[in-house]
Design a protein around this ligand. Structure first.
Ligand code: HEC
Length: 124
């Protein structure tokens, strides 16, 4: 089977094509939608970072000597540490409590947010 048929002979074909195209569009839209929902979103991370700012600063710079800077840190590392705190692989009196209720998506958003900040602080 090959090639295009002449329009007049196959009335069904345009319909089939239309349906196929519509399905394809739906699939593409669904894929894009899912991508958007699943991908780490630094802006969502910024919103979720409100409870973190007391200690890690608005700009991701630790507010006290014992609190690490997060600004500009690699997101994969941040994700690993946050999961570690949550899953008990890394222990910290404070952080283990803080991350207890975070979902994987929360963690990814937070990591994307902190990675996007300027490691030199303010303005980033
Ligand atoms: C009450 C203070 C406090 C709050 C609130 C807090 N943290 Fe922390 N965070 C700390 C301290 C202290 C450490 C160092 C832990 C250790 O000694 O292992 C830390 C460590 C971390 C680390 C590991 C950094 C590294 O370099 O390994 C990450 C990531 C982190 N915090 C993210 C967050 C996020 C995200 C939030 C908000 C959801 C948050 N923290 C809220 C105090 C806090």
């Amino acid at each position: 089977m090959s090639g295009a048929r002449q329009g007049g002979k196959s009335l069904a074909l345009p319909g089939v094509r239309g349906t196929a195209r519509a399905l394809l569009l739906v699939m593409v839209a669904a894929t894009l939608g899912a991508g958007t929902a699943d991908a780490a979103d630094p802006r969502a991370g910024e919103v979720k970072s409100k409870p973190c700012t007391t200690c890690h600063g608005k700009d991701g710079i630790g507010t006290m000597p014992m609190i690490p800077n997060l600004a500009g840190q690699k997101s994969i590392y941040l994700i690993q540490q946050l999961r570690g705190f949550r899953d008990g692989k890394r222990s910290s009196e404070v952080m283990s409590i803080v991350v207890r209720s975070l979902s994987d998506l929360d963690i990814e958003d937070l990591a994307a947010f902190y990675e996007s900040l300027n490691p030199a602080g303010a303005g980033g």
